[in-house]
Design a protein around this ligand. Structure first.
Ligand code: KG4
Ligand code: ZN
Length: 373
């Protein structure tokens, strides 16, 4: 079974071909990604119109490239998957239309994939993990703890009541004049800094519900930076290191509480999985490894190239759905807001107004009032 997957929800245009062989083993036959970082860098965040146009400009060629690298022709493919949301609607429409057109021409199924589900199932592509598992999903738009019980079967145990963790990294980077996207820049700076230089708050620690809050921590960084301005290079590194140390403590403790909630509802998970762009952060990875070891579990983290948005995760989610017969009609709409758990409700209304320009990764950080996912 071979599926082509297209990802265009934010600022990465990505196409991949993934194959499931007769023995049930998965193979990434190709995985082509074109980042639009340069197109958005001047604005310090993703500009939706620029993103949509850039996806349109390169998608055809990227599809050709991914098919050539996988050595497949259209007739060799068994299904065509695209991320139908959550994300920026203009970009989503570009990918969705391309996948539908290919499905129509080939006379093969079309699969409308939830971008979050694709992140959630990546651990099964790379490590063949069994259900149910505990997932910490950390991206530019989401910070969630989910019980992954099966394909299309998720229970949200906790979520953020304000900023997503990637968003917090991006905003801290911006206030310290570090380059966009902020996460990798903050992590690089943190390597040179003292994590104990500033005693930043660890929001929500000790709370029984495994929810997150990150906007207070971000504000604490801003206030500290203002207090000691102008900032020396060392001060920037120290601020980054202290901020990242606080994030690690929060992620580890909140995930520990999530694990408790999981055990109470579903028994022991098969493993602990971390996914999404922020899963690339090594300090967070080390903290979660400690927690997993303490809990007698294995930590499964995607390889770097599958942490950020990519086509392989969309193609793989397509395979998971196709083999269960969960195909979609060609009238499947783009879904800018699309919570993974059908029953999920916002835990608290966001007090933040819609930003004029969404931050990096804001495909999932949707405006005003409603918390995505
Ligand atoms: O999953 P992703 O590629 O896009 C979304 O779906 O949001 O995640 C992007 C986010 C950005 O906020 C980026 O700054 C963050 O992941 N990120 C990191 C690191 N690499 C990327 N955050 C912290 N440390 C990193 N090394
Ligand atoms: Zn993502």
């Amino acid at each position: 079974m071979r599926v082509l997957g297209i990802e265009t929800t934010c600022d990465e245009t990505a196409v991949a071909v993934v194959e499931l062989d007769a023995a049930g083993r998965s193979h990434i036959r190709s995985n082509a990604v074109l980042s639009q970082i340069a197109a958005h860098a001047a604005y310090g965040g993703v500009v939706p119109e620029i993103a949509a146009r850039a996806h349109m400009d390169v998608l055809d060629r990227l599809i050709e490239r991914a098919m050539a690298a996988a050595q497949v022709r259209i007739g060799d493919l068994d299904g065509f998957a695209a991320a139908a949301g959550p994300g920026l609607v203009g970009g989503v429409m570009v990918g969705l239309t391309a996948a539908k057109a290919m499905a129509l021409v080939a006379g093969k199924p079309f699969l409308a994939v939830n971008h979050l589900e694709a992140h959630a199932l990546t651990a099964r592509l790379t490590d063949d993990v069994a259900f149910p598992y505990l997932l910490l999903l950390v991206s530019g738009g989401h910070t969630q703890l989910l019980a992954v019980r099966g394909v299309a079967d998720y229970v949200r145990l906790g979520t953020t009541i304000d900023d997503a963790v990637g968003e917090a990294f991006d905003k801290v980077a911006k206030m310290l004049s570090l380059p966009y996207p902020g996460g990798p820049a903050v992590e690089r700076e943190a390597l040179k800094g003292n994590p104990e230089a500033f005693d930043f708050p660890r929001p929500m620690l000790g709370r029984a519900e495994p929810n997150f809050s990150l906007s207070g921590l971000k504000t604490a960084v801003r206030l500290a930076a203002e207090r000691i301005a102008p900032l020396s290079d060392q001060a920037v590194s120290d601020l980054c290191a202290s901020f990242q140390a606080a994030v690690v403590d929060v992620m580890v403790e909140r995930t520990r509480v999530g694990l408790k909630a999981f055990r109470a509802e579903l028994g022991k998970p098969t493993c602990l999985v971390v996914a999404g762009g922020v899963a690339a952060n090594l300090a967070i990875g080390r903290g979660l490894t400690r927690l997993a070891t303490e809990a007698g579990l294995k930590l499964v983290a995607p390889p770097l190239e599958l942490c950020g948005d990519n086509g392989a995760m969309i193609a793989w989610a397509g395979i998971e759905r196709l083999r269960l017969g969960l195909t979609d009609g060609l009238d499947a709409p783009p879904r800018p807001r699309w919570p993974l758990e059908a029953r999920a409700q916002p835990v608290a209304p966001s007090a933040m107004p819609a930003p004029a320009l969404p931050d990096a990764g804001a495909a999932e950080a949707l405006p005003a009032g409603v918390l995505p996912g």
